[in-house]
Design a protein around this ligand. Structure first.
Ligand SMILES: NC(=O)c1ccc[n+]([C@@H]2O[C@H](COP(=O)([O-])OP(=O)(O)OC[C@H]3O[C@@H](n4cnc5c(N)ncnc54)[C@H](O)[C@@H]3O)[C@@H](O)[C@H]2O)c1
Length: 370
C-alpha cells in the first residue's frame, strides 16, 4: 500500500494542497464534491492523454455524477502556442464558463502551461486544478504557478503567474507514459537535487535501478521530495526576483537547444535540460567551482538514466552557433551584454553567477558545441 502524502504551498497569492499517490481523484471525492458541485467542469487534455488515460479519469470520478466538457489539443511542444491559447479561451467563452467554474489541466507540462495561462486570463482568473500525467509535470511544472506559451523561437516568453486550487499527482496516470518521456521528466528531478539537496542526489544514485523499474514507493518519494524542494523556493520567491531562478539550472542552454531544433520530437524538453545541465556543470568546473570528478559523476548518472549528455547523440552535423546564440539572447536572464547563469559550487549547492560576459559564453559554446 502506497503511503499518500500531501504538501501544501503557501504563497502571497495562494495556498493549495498537492496530493501525491494513487487513485487520488477517487480518494479525494469529498474535496471534489465540496468544490465542484453545481459547477461547470472543463477538462482540457491532449489527444495522446485522452486515448491513454481519459477513461481512467472518468472512472475515478464516476461516483460524482460530473459530466465534464472536454477539449482536445494536439500533443507536443508546438501546442504551447498563441493559436491554442485563443482556442481554449474561445471554448470557455462559448460554454459561458464563469469565474466560479473549474478547468482541469489533464496532461503533461504542455497542457499544464497552456491551460493555466488560459485560466489566468479568462475573466481575469478562473478556478484551475492540475492533474499532471507525465513525470516532468508531476515533479515540477504543475506546481509553482508559472504559466506559458512560446512565441516563435522565444520559449515561455508569454506567461503569467497563476496558481491552481489543487494538484493531484497520481502515479497511476504514468502507466502509459513512454520510456523516453519518463526519462526526460527525470532530468527535472535530478536538477532539483543538484541545485538544492546533496542527500536527495545520493538517494537518486542509490536507487537508480528502482527508479528505472518505476518502483512505486521510490517514485512517490522522488515526486514528494522534488515538490517539497520546489514549494520551498516558490514560497520565498514566488515571482522569480531572486533564488527561484535556481530552478533554471541547465535551462539557459537547454531552452536554446530546444528552440534550435524547432521544439520537435528530435529533442524533448527534459532531454534539452539534460544537455543543458552537462554544459552548466562544465562551465561551473571551468570557472573553478565544481571538481572535475563531480562534473563527470553527473554526466555518468545522466547517461545511466538514458538521457543525452552530448549534442552528437542528437545531431551529427555542425551546429549553427550564431543561430543558437541568437536564441540564447532572448533568455530572460540576459542583462545587456551579460547573462546570469545558474552554476554549481558543489552537488546540492547551486548559485546564480551574475553578469557573465556574453563573449565568454560564446567562446565556451564554440569549444563545447562545435
Ligand atoms: N511551468 C513550469 O514551471 C514548468 C517547469 C518545467 C517544465 N515546464 C514545461 O513543461 C513542458 C514539458 O512537459 P512534458 O515533458 O510533460 O511534455 P508534454 O506535455 O509534451 O508530454 C510529453 C508527451 O507525453 C504524452 N503524454 C502525457 N502524459 C501521458 C501519459 N500518461 N501516457 C501517455 N502519453 C502521455 C503527451 O501527449 C506528449 O506527447 C515544456 O513546455 C516545459 O517548458 C514548465
Amino acid at each position: 500500500m502506497i503511503q499518500k502524502k500531501s504538501i501544501s504551498i503557501l504563497s502571497r497569492k495562494a495556498s493549495y494542497d498537492i496530493w501525491i499517490g494513487e487513485n487520488l481523484l477517487k480518494e479525494k471525492h469529498k474535496y471534489l464534491e465540496l468544490n465542484l458541485a453545481k459547477k461547470k467542469i472543463g477538462v482540457i487534455t491532449d489527444k495522446n492523454v485522452h486515448t491513454c488515460q481519459y477513461p481512467k479519469l472518468l472512472d475515478q470520478i464516476s461516483d460524482l455524477r460530473i459530466i465534464p466538457h472536454l477539449l482536445l489539443i494536439e500533443p507536443g511542444e508546438t501546442a504551447k502556442s498563441w493559436n491554442n491559447l485563443e482556442k481554449v479561451l474561445q471554448w470557455l467563452s462559448d460554454l459561458e464558463f464563469d469565474r466560479s467554474d473549474y478547468v482541469i489541466a489533464f496532461g503533461g507540462g504542455v497542457v499544464g502551461d497552456l491551460v493555466s495561462l488560459a485560466a489566468s486570463l479568462f475573466r481575469r482568473g478562473i478556478n484551475l486544478i492540475q492533474v499532471p500525467t507525465t513525470l516532468l509535470s508531476q515533479v515540477d511544472s504543475s506546481v509553482g504557478g508559472k504559466t506559458a506559451v512560446n512565441n516563435g523561437t522565444a520559449k515561455n516568453s508569454i506567461g503569467t503567474f497563476y496558481h491552481p486550487k489543487a494538484v493531484f499527482c497520481d502515479i497511476t496516470f504514468l502507466s502509459t507514459l513512454s520510456q523516453r518521456n519518463f526519462f526526460a521528466g527525470y532530468a527535472e528531478v535530478l536538477k532539483m537535487a543538484l541545485v538544492f539537496d546533496k542527500d536527495f542526489y545520493q538517494f537518486l544514485i542509490d536507487n537508480q535501478n528502482l527508479i528505472v523499474l518505476k518502483e512505486k514507493s521510490v517514485l512517490i518519494h522522488l515526486i514528494n521530495k522534488s515538490l517539497e524542494l520546489k514549494s520551498k523556493i516558490v514560497e520565498i520567491d514566488e515571482t522569480e526576483q531572486g533564488d527561484r531562478a535556481l530552478l533554471n539550472f541547465g535551462h539557459t542552454f537547454g531552452h536554446a537547444l530546444e528552440s534550435y531544433f524547432g521544439y520537435s520530437e528530435k529533442l524533448l524538453h527534459g532531454e534539452a535540460v539534460s544537455l543543458g545541465m552537462v554544459l552548466a556543470a562544465r562551465f561551473s568546473k571551468e570557472e573553478g567551482y565544481l571538481s572535475e570528478s563531480k562534473q563527470e559523476d553527473i554526466k555518468e548518472h545522466l547517461n545511466d538514466m538514458k538521457l543525452p549528455t552530448d549534442i552528437t547523440q542528437i545531431h551529427n552535423s555542425k551546429l549553427d552557433l550564431l543561430k543558437l546564440i541568437k536564441v540564447i539572447k532572448q533568455d530572460k536572464k540576459v542583462v545587456g551584454d551579460n547573462i546570469n547563469l545558474i552554476l554549481l559550487k558543489d552537488i546540492g549547492n547551486g548559485f546564480i553567477e551574475r553578469n557573465v560576459p556574453f563573449q565568454k559564453l560564446e567562446k565556451f559554446l564554440q569549444i563545447h558545441l562545435s
